[in-house]
Design a protein. Structure first.
Length: 233
């Protein structure tokens, strides 16, 4: 009976960690959606509200940190159980970073007066939102195949980032008055691209958590922005 009680209590601990990660992920996805909405609409009031809302994600990360330390001390898990706890800790850190990046987007939105190329930014953000939803489903369901699918989609985010980088350089060359707005958009696009990387990290944790092994392939990367040069006509 005592053994069953311990197992049941540990399962409850793991369930609490799952719930915290899902809550963080839902907030991170919502933060991104609202940050992009504020950007597209030039809604400074919404941008300020989204930036302020990041405090809740930060608080949840601290809760995950404290609870994982408690679980490690009380349960001293090993093997697969230890991987579950460590994966939760790492996933919380990545979700917190996604929230920070959304806040950064909001700060730059407040500085934008005119900005072209919104559609590509919105497409990138929409793809990352979908990746967040799917990776959370994979995390809760311990679904390695779903996690692998998310892992592979980061390449599409990179391709959109490269395309947008070229597009914004062209706008700046065509009219110097676009330089300030486009520079802010370059940073915003990079923030979204980095969010894709954080989601991909979580997908990798899921594989390690379930199978106890890392990916045997190189992470898909197709961001060519650092090599991009646009020549004047």
């Amino acid at each position: 009976m005592a053994g069953e009680h311990i197992v049941r209590s540990f399962d409850e601990d793991l369930g609490k960690l799952d719930n915290l990660i899902v809550e963080m992920g839902g907030l991170a996805e919502m933060q991104l959606a609202q940050a992009i909405e504020a950007l597209v609409r030039r809604d400074v009031t919404l941008a300020e509200a989204v930036a302020a809302g990041d405090a809740r994600i930060d608080a949840l990360e601290r809760e995950v940190d404290a609870f994982t330390v408690e679980v490690l001390a009380r349960r001293q898990p090993m093997a697969a159980d230890l991987r579950l706890v460590i994966s939760a800790l790492k996933a919380a850190n990545d979700l917190e970073r996604i929230g920070d990046l959304s806040r950064n987007i909001c700060k730059r939105t407040m500085a934008l007066a005119r900005a072209p190329a919104m559609n590509t930014v919105a497409r990138m953000a929409g793809l990352v939102q979908e990746m967040i939803r799917n990776v959370l489903d994979a995390y809760i369901e311990r679904d390695v195949q779903m996690a692998n699918d998310v892992w592979a989609r980061d390449e599409e985010v990179d391709q959109l980032h490269t395309s947008l980088f070229r597009e914004l350089l062209t706008y700046m060359m065509e009219d110097p008055r676009n330089i300030t707005a486009c520079t802010h958009l370059l940073f915003i696009a990079k923030n979204v691209e980095r969010m894709g990387d954080h989601v991909t990290n979580i997908a990798e944790y899921i594989r390690m958590m379930v199978l106890g092994e890392a990916h045997d392939e190189m992470r898909p990367k197709d961001d060519q922005s650092s090599l991009t040069v646009v020549s004047p006509d």
